[in-house]
Design a protein around this ligand. Structure first.
Ligand SMILES: [Zn+2]
Length: 173
């Protein structure tokens, strides 16, 4: 499960002390379009890479690829991690470092992708998108614990409630 900003101290020790291997991943074809695949083996907690992209300060901005840092701040990522797919049983997770800029206003926020468990060569890398119920779409990740929707675990009840509401509506007609 992805870790929201603030779960870790401003500089997580594993961010400070690990360096991602070059070309550890590649973009390739996945059953749902494009995906990110491992070129090497990763152990749990290995740093795979940093999500790099355009920082956007606009709460109304949206795209299929952007990551929300916090209220009103998003990153529109470039490859490879632009193409990392969702799974309800992901093998990767995010971690953040967030610290004030020393000489300017604002904050230096960086997002990293870590291995959540052992990842073997050619495995597809996945994360949990943790989308809000209002953004949910059907999930085809194929995991045994698939929630059926690309949605945060804690928002799933909202979708179930909506589905029950629709059924009651249908049976009343
Ligand atoms: Zn799923």
């Amino acid at each position: 499960m992805a870790r929201p900003l603030g779960t870790y101290p401003p500089t997580s020790s594993r961010i400070e002390h690990t360096k991602p291997a070059k070309a550890g991943v590649r973009v390739g074809h996945s059953p749902t379009g494009s995906g990110v695949f491992a070129n090497r083996r990763y152990r749990q907690d290995d740093l795979i890479g940093e999500i790099v992209g355009q920082l956007i300060h606009d709460a109304s901005y949206g795209s299929d690829y952007c990551f929300e840092l916090d209220a009103g701040r998003l990153i529109e990522p470039v490859a490879p991690f632009r193409f990392i797919n969702h799974s309800c049983d992901p093998n990767c997770e995010f971690d953040y470092s967030d610290r004030p800029l020393s000489d300017r206003q604002g904050r230096d926020t960086r997002i990293f992708v870590f291995a959540a468990r052992v990842i073997n060569v050619n495995d597809q890398l996945t994360i949990d998108y943790n989308w809000a119920a209002k953004s949910a779409i059907p999930c085809e990740c194929g995991a045994s614990n698939c929630r059926g929707w690309i949605v945060a675990q804690e928002e799933l009840w909202k979708l179930n409630e909506m589905a029950e509401g629709n059924q009651m509506f249908r049976s009343a007609v």
